[in-house]
Design a protein around this ligand. Structure first.
Ligand SMILES: CC(C)(COP(=O)(O)OP(=O)(O)OC[C@H]1O[C@@H](n2cnc3c(N)ncnc32)[C@H](O)[C@@H]1OP(=O)(O)O)[C@@H](O)C(=O)NCCC(=O)NCCS
Length: 151
């Protein structure tokens, strides 16, 4: 079963684990332990400083923490501000389940779902497009995607 719970200070080691492992997945030259340590030091600063509409969650699979999800619920739109599933738990449908739930929420609320994906992250982009998100602009580094509730 896939579930979400609000992240707290106690989850900093879990968040660091997930982020370091995902970082090392795209850049194998990274020292995972070093990355993990530096995140353990930097993540605490983040708590309490995020946008008030933002919710940071721990993703659990059968009770085990496997990922991180940051969603910002604005009045007129929902922004998926970050989704990372630990490499050991990727490709099991967790990401699809979470994004499909956000799409359902957007449809019910009549709000668009927006997110930014790095140009180089073609696999994630494919997943988003498969779920119905479409090109909605770009920056030098990112593609902006949107699901429109009226589509
Ligand atoms: C992208 C991600 C959230 C998807 O979650 P997931 O639970 O692995 O996805 P699902 O099992 O529901 O769906 C599988 C699809 O996810 C995408 N995907 C799988 N592994 C991925 C990875 N390491 N990086 C990017 N996309 C990935 C692919 O489109 C895949 O479909 P395919 O096998 O047909 O290519 C997850 O793989 C992840 O955290 N990747 C690394 C971090 C990342 O890229 N985050 C997104 C930033 S915008």
């Amino acid at each position: 079963m896939i579930s979400l719970r609000t992240a707290t200070h106690d989850d900093i080691p879990t968040l660091a684990n997930v982020l370091a492992a995902v970082q090392a997945q795209t850049d194998p030259s990274i020292d995972v332990e070093k990355a993990r340590q530096s995140m353990i030091e930097s993540i605490p600063e983040y708590f309490g400083k995020d946008e008030p509409e933002s919710l940071l969650s721990i993703v659990e699979l059968d009770g085990e923490p496997v990922g991180r999800l940051r969603v910002v619920r604005f009045e007129d739109r929902i922004f998926l501000g970050g989704i990372q599933i630990h490499p050991d738990f990727q490709n099991r449908g967790v990401g699809t389940h979470l994004i499909a739930a956000l799409i359902k929420e957007c449809r019910a609320a009549g709000k668009p779902l927006q997110l930014d994906v790095e140009r180089t992250n073609t696999r994630a982009r494919q997943l988003y497009e498969r779920l119905g998100l479409r090109h909605n602009g770009e920056s030098e580094t990112d593609i902006h995607l949107q699901f429109s509730p009226t589509a």
